[in-house]
Design a protein around this ligand. Structure first.
Ligand code: 13P
Length: 200
């Protein structure tokens, strides 16, 4: 089964627009807001999504991009889940958005503790790019059900476009099909990751 998902929705109208456009899953990311505002927006998004048969993800704690990571506490995770009734919960356990500037400190035990406290609520890992494979494996064994990876694909895409432009030496027109090898490289990257996630 697959969903078509809105990642990092920030406002109620984005959730409504995404669902009326036919998406089957949404995320409301209020993780930088004060707790009560995050709960208000996320529970609105969750109930709206549920009314149209879609699922909703929320985030508690904050996975950073160039600012301070706010690691999720077990208490906040349980309280936030009970207050919002999301279908999947993004937690902050040491990953960051974008490539790491130094080796990450991944909090596997904290992930386990949150998973144990929440039972079968699927936990989401944001900031997957560049996370060492053994850390990803440990997190999956300790409660993570969904892994978000973006920067790696943008990087693969840009390097591949540059390679094709270098090969063609500027001698191409916009209508040229130079994108085919770029798409192939991005597809191969996705296939590698999916094989790894499937334990193959
Ligand atoms: P990265 O860009 O670090 O892979 O993070 C992606 C992400 O979490 C999207 O929600």
């Amino acid at each position: 089964p697959v969903v078509v998902h809105l990642d990092h929705g920030a406002e109620a109208w984005q959730i409504r627009d995404a669902l009326s456009a036919g998406l089957t899953s949404v995320m409301l990311d209020g993780s930088k807001l004060p707790y009560d505002e995050n709960v208000a927006l996320t529970s609105y998004a969750a109930s709206y999504a549920h009314r149209v048969g879609a699922s909703c993800e929320g985030e508690i704690g904050h996975v950073a991009m160039g600012d301070e990571n706010a690691i999720t506490t077990v208490e906040d995770a349980v309280r936030f889940y009970n207050d919002t009734k999301v279908d999947a919960l993004a937690v902050s356990v040491g990953t960051v958005h974008g490539f790491y500037k130094s080796a990450p400190h991944i909090e596997v035990q904290r992930c386990r503790d949150i998973a144990d406290a929440l039972g079968d609520v699927p936990l989401v890992l944001h900031g997957g790019s560049g996370t060492p494979p053994h850390e990803i494996r440990a997190l999956v064994e300790n409660g993570i059900s969904k892994i978000n990876i973006a920067t790696e694909f943008m990087d693969t895409f840009l390097k591949s476009v540059k390679k094709q432009m270098d090969i063609l030496g500027g001698g191409f027109k916009a209508v040229d099909l130079f994108m085919d090898p770029v798409i192939d490289e991005c597809t191969a990257h996705a296939a590698r990751l999916l094989r790894f996630f499937a334990g193959k």
